[in-house]
Design a protein around this ligand. Sequence first.
Ligand code: ACO
Length: 273
Amino acid sequence: MTESNTVTYEIENAVATITLNRPHKRNAMSPMLHIEMTEVLEKLRYEKTSRVIVITGAGNSFCAGMDLKQFFVELQDNPPEFDRIFRLATDWRYRTLRYYPKPVIAMINGYCFGGAFSIVEGSDLAFAAKEATFGLSEINFKHYPGGSVSKSLANIMRPREAMFYAMTGRPFNGERAAEIGFVNAAYPLADLKKEVMAIAQEIAAKDPDALTACKEGYRYSLEMTSDAAINYAAAKSDQLTLRQNGSWRDEGIGDFLQGKYRPGLGGHEKASS
Ligand code: ACO
């Protein structure tokens, strides 16, 4: 594992853009990429200047899935190392992104295959280039959506589409991905970054503690009974009050009651002081 800089990031206007950076391999996820992505996500977790994360790929690809050579072939005789990388690989996509304290947006700029579906699903929002190519290509090489991918499909796709694309391995484009709800929307590639950054900026202007509560309230509720979820929501609201020092009530509701803004039509950032 001699390669490095398989993942890079830059922060601009409160948005951290993380780039999968193996364009010569269509950003296939090598063991080193999983290690470096785990490190980068840890570094940005409580970093103060970034409030929203965008994940994208270098060159003409978002991510061509697992590195088939370095992961499935080269590690086949090394079960402990295979297991270590497998755990890192699944953890950052299905757990870290899902429960990350900052909103995560996948920006799919090109090829998106197999294991990359778990990046898209683990992210809170996803936007694709219309020209992007998606595919559950596993069946095409006599395998199936393993690792975290089958669970990702079960979480986010309707059953008919999940089984159709998993069993045929047929590629589909960004427009189709939006049509079936796998991504929020698709834009021409030339506009993708501008559109996604505008959405990221809009979200970055919201209260960061409220955004974390948004994610946690939704994500954990999915795993609870209704009674437990409602009880959890009440406790979460108290936690939010503590984290914000009561500002949702004092400023958020308070400024509305003073006629400074209308929450139904825009955020508190529009309240004049
Ligand atoms: N694993 C390892 N290497 C890959 C992968 C991958 N998933 N995808 C591309 N590469 C490598 C190629 O081997 C090639 O390497 P080389 O230049 O050293 O020969 C290089 O990236 C460029 O690939 P090409 O096939 O030449 O590029 P092209 O633009 O023509 O096609 C495409 C891109 C469509 C992504 C093609 O490479 C492909 O089908 N890749 C496999 C996609 C796939 O099935 N991914 C696995 C999903 S299953 C899972 O994630 C568990």
